[in-house]
Design a protein around this ligand. Sequence first.
Ligand SMILES: Cc1cc2nc3c(=O)[nH]c(=O)nc-3n(C[C@H](O)[C@H](O)[C@H](O)COP(=O)(O)OP(=O)(O)OC[C@H]3O[C@@H](n4cnc5c(N)ncnc54)[C@H](O)[C@@H]3O)c2cc1C
Ligand code: SF4
Ligand code: SF4
Length: 414
Amino acid sequence: MKTIDTPLADAAMATSEALAIVAKGDLCAGCGGCAGMFPDAIAIRTKAPGFLRPVQVGALPVGADDAIADICPGLGQRVAPGGRRDDPLWGPWRSAWTGWSMDGGERHRGASGGALTALLTHLLRAGVVQAVVQNAPDPKAPLANRTVLTDDPAAFSATAGSRYAPSAPLEALPDILADGRRVAFVGKPCDAAALAAIRARDPAVARAVPVIVSFFCAGVPSATGAREILRQLRVEETEVARFRYRGHGWPGRATAVLHDGTERSMTYRESWGGILSKHVQHRCKICADGTGKAADLVCADAWEVDDSGYPRFDERPGESLVLARTVLGEQIARGAQAAGRLALRPYDMARLADIQPGQRERRRALSARLAALRLLRQPIPDYRGLGLRRAARQNPWRRNLRNFLGTLRRHLRR
Ligand SMILES: Cc1cc2nc3c(=O)[nH]c(=O)nc-3n(C[C@H](O)[C@H](O)[C@H](O)COP(=O)(O)OP(=O)(O)OC[C@H]3O[C@@H](n4cnc5c(N)ncnc54)[C@H](O)[C@@H]3O)c2cc1C
Ligand code: SF4
Ligand code: SF4
């Protein structure tokens, strides 16, 4: 689970054909799945400009390369509606609500309404699972993340809130299996997709991780993004004791708490819109999911929009979107509501495209971007069942053309 900032030889990766294709196309999402499956052969390291990437540190067992090719979200993703409603932008789903944690502290600390943490609290208190695998700040590097296994909801005060920095939670797979308890897993949509694919191959993983929870994801910025926030706040990294990307209000400010106890902060619009969104990895720009299609439950920001149709980021009591994609997800959400842990109000999914413009535009533009990369003979993920053509048809042809040419131009310049 630990990461070391050292440039290991890329040549070692050449022995894995799958990882070589990932590296050639810059397709790694940084989920950690390959390292979690083959910990003696693959490790996760921080690589410039600050992303988590696999490096080969040992010989791969026979068949490992095929297994990596099967589960790696950089190489592909498969989604099957399985009788559920299937929206071209949002994928298969069963029920949608807006919601927030009934615990005021949990709601305040959460990235949006603390609904995700309320669901985890319910899963533990109701005994559905015995522990939760999720993301937390790294105490040794306050801008960075680490993966933690938690069985006490009191610890959720440290894990709540979105952290716009790399995380590779599936690197912890051997620890999860060794732990032996039944866990719920929280991760980015690509982490969820990789885990679902690993579960389909390995019954031991399926038994150990019966619940997958995710969130909408616009992309993971490199560590350079967070350092740019500090630079604009005029803070040295060594001065920082703790760092919040958001939360403690909705959306909450990016806040550096210094060793002397003082705080420096900036708004969400300044941190995400002005800085972090410009540092996201290539895989995120061609992400066909971003909304957790492999998860049982997904949370997101239930933004309100202004008159021009853009989300309002003025501070308010938090509200999450809660999307149940499976029967199990529905049962968990309704169970949390019945236990008085989560407030839920039915949500009209027809409104979602208005309040998630980033997700909407990326999905609609994706076919055009992938076509440009294909023309340039760049490796691209093999997406199946993700409704790319249906999404592209929602775009005027001029916008698709602009995305096609923009992708061509960016890559030729590179
Ligand atoms: C990189 C990133 C991009 C996002 N993009 C969007 C978006 O485009 N649209 C949108 O509506 N919402 C987005 N979100 C999600 C949103 O910020 C909230 O997480 C979501 O609204 C749930 O809020 P909550 O208050 O219910 O969750 P909380 O109760 O605050 O719980 C958040 C959970 O997410 C986990 N988590 C936080 N950061 C990470 C990470 N880096 N990797 C893995 N797990 C993590 C925490 O451990 C915790 O379990 C993004 C989040 C991240 C981390
Ligand atoms: S996306 Fe995940 S599985 Fe694929 S190479 Fe990167 S870390 Fe490994
Ligand atoms: S945008 Fe897609 S690929 Fe990037 S981190 Fe989010 S889910 Fe993973």
